[in-house]
Design a protein. Structure first.
Length: 571
């Protein structure tokens, strides 16, 4: 098992039975697989266990994050009468919400998935991948034959190659880079093709596809568990909550395209989840806006308006909201939705997948990204967010060019030519175009220079943005083999935590440059201004005190004129 408690704040509670009323003692030792296997965990040597009744005992211990641990119990009067329970972990529990884009980040199908890449768990990394078999409550799509959903847990241990989706392994590995030896439990509750509104209303699971069984719900009645003959009105969220002791450290969400249209639906969904995870009703929500999804321009599921619903979901969470990096960066799937790649051989199409280029990086790329995003949620000094469109100004009084401040150096992959993903509006954000200007990067790569190919830019109501549409329209670029390289010309930072499977170093993607993901006059993009006094731009969120280094830069953007350390309190 894994006792949740990302900050070592929750007790691991274990109970058992005994045949007499004599006293029971307990201790915790490091289990096999730990460098200190067999030795006592400091502070947890033999001590009396509590005795709720004459024939039962229990222990409640706040163990350090890590493991695996083994619990040993013995009769106090006759120590030879002993038993033990092993492979206990203490770490972080993360639930992943959404539909197919989220579901397929970790696996594809009814089982935990196939590790097509043969990706091994990194040394020292450990965790659990948890999902439900038959999470829709139906044996065969459309048959109406109920099959009992049951938990499927895959233990992830350093050096092993588990039988589960490579996305889960990649996420554990990247998390471990930043949290060595800190166990992580991944529990995706997402279901392909579903509407948040149906979950909020506690409809029959998968009702949107017509294959769900009426006795098995999305949310589920609190306290109900499914059995062999009926879902008992239990459901996907309720069963996960029961399995996890009604506790989660964090909820992560990317729901494309059927994020709730209104705040009432979004609030209702969160309230339903909170009611079932009653031991953690204030757990944070990490929201990843669905960006650069492989959709036709005419498809509303790929529009900026859909992404803004994710921004709204985050804003509505208040202090519980964490706005994560924009998502996705995947080109191929069966229906142009941004799903990850599952083909196991190059150039081999199937009934549900396009022609693959053999890299098989889709799921692993998403997994690495998830691991980085989760690590960033706990430690904001980790770079999960990419460069962003922060500010823009006219280079000179003639307004022939615009400099866009990105806040971090960017690059294309493998030295590819830059792909124009910048957009300009001359009506204060109501409409954006990609024509009438060229794009280049400043010498240090921290600014984009947009130069007009015609008349000067207007003096007012000009805004700039990035990535408002996918660069590879699936209507003309349907197959992975023809589309993957079109991503190379997009802009990334110098990180290499995504796509690091079957790619050369130069082609490994880090964090992508991000736009605003907003619509509407005055809110989309950033306003272009006359260049004035220097401004301090904060690009991170944090709480508490930090010492930050502030630099005054020369006009070349490289030369440091002044530097000073300031104490800043964030909230």
């Amino acid at each position: 098992g894994l006792a949740a408690g990302a900050n070592n704040s929750r007790a691991t509670v274990v109970s058992g039975s005994r045949t007499t009323g004599q006293s029971v003692q307990r201790r915790w030792v490091y289990d096999a697989g730990h460098p200190s296997a067999g030795t006592v965990v400091p502070g947890f040597d033999w001590a009396a266990a509590s005795t709720p009744t004459s024939l039962t005992w229990s222990t409640s211990d706040t163990l350090p994050v890590g493991g695996p641990f083994r619990l040993e119990v013995r009769d106090a009067a006759t120590p030879a009468l002993a038993s033990s329970s092993g492979d206990w972990l203490v770490g972080t529990v993360a639930l992943f919400h959404g539909q197919s884009g989220m579901e397929f980040s970790f696996y594809n199908g009814n089982q935990p998935g196939l590790n097509n890449l043969g990706l091994a768990v990194a040394a020292g990394a450990q965790g659990i991948f948890l999902k439900l078999s038959n999470h829709t409550g139906t044996e065969t799509a459309g048959s109406g034959v109920y099959a009992q959903p049951q938990p499927l847990a895959v233990r992830l241990r350093g050096g092993e190659t588990p039988v589960c989706g490579s996305g889960a392994v990649a996420a554990i590995n990247e998390w471990n880079v930043h949290n060595p030896g800190h166990p992580l439990l991944l529990a995706p509750v997402a279901i392909d093709g579903t509407f948040m509104a149906d979950w909020a209303a506690d409809a029959a699971a998968y009702s949107g596809q017509g294959t769900g069984h009426a006795s098995w719900r999305f949310m589920g009645t609190i306290g109900q568990l499914p059995d062999a003959g009926s879902g008992n009105n239990s459901g996907v969220i309720e069963y996960h909550a029961a399995l996890l002791g009604r506790f989660a450290d964090l909820h992560a969400i990317m729901w494309n395209p059927n994020m709730g249209l209104t705040q009432s639906v979004r609030d209702s969904y969160v309230a339903g989840v909170d009611a079932r995870f009653s031991n953690s009703p204030s757990a944070p929500w990490l929201t990843l806006p669905a960006w650069r999804v492989h959709r036709p321009d005419s498809d509303t599921a790929g529009t900026v308006a859909l992404r803004e619903r994710h921004i709204s979901f985050h804003t509505e969470r208040g202090a519980r909201g964490i706005l994560g990096p924009t998502w996705l960066d995947i080109v191929n799937d069966s229906n142009n939705s941004g799903h990850s790649a599952f083909n196991s051989a190059p150039g081999v199409p199937s009934a549900s997948l396009p022609v693959s280029d053999g890299n098989r990086v889709g799921q692993s790329r998403l997994g690495f990204g998830w691991g980085r995003a989760l690590a960033w949620a706990w430690n904001r000094s980790i770079k999960a967010h990419g460069p962003r469109v922060l500010a823009a100004w006219y280079t000179d009084a003639g307004r022939a060019s615009i400099q866009v401040e990105l806040g971090r150096a960017v690059r294309t992959l493998g030295g590819a030519a830059i792909s124009n993903q910048f957009w300009i509006s001359t009506d204060n954000g109501a409409n954006f175009v990609q024509t009438g200007f060229t794009v280049a990067l400043s010498a240090d790569g921290t600014r984009a220079v947009l130069t007009s190919t015609g008349a000067a830019f207007p003096a007012s109501n000009v805004r700039v943005d990035y990535g408002r549409a996918y660069p590879a329209n699936p209507d003309t670029n349907a197959n992975e083999a023809n589309t993957e390289r079109l991503l190379d010309g997009l802009l990334y930072d110098d990180q290499q935590h995504r796509g690091a499977i079957n790619f050369s170093t130069g082609s490994r993607a880090g964090n992508p440059l991000q736009g605003t993901n907003r619509v509407g006059a005055g809110v989309a993009g950033v306003a272009v201004q006359a260049r004035g006094a220097a401004k301090l731009v904060a690009t991170e969120r944090w709480t508490g005190n930090r010492n930050v280094t502030v630099r005054m830069m020369a006009a070349d953007g490289v030369t440091v004129l002044r530097e000073r350390t300031l104490a800043i309190t964030g909230s």
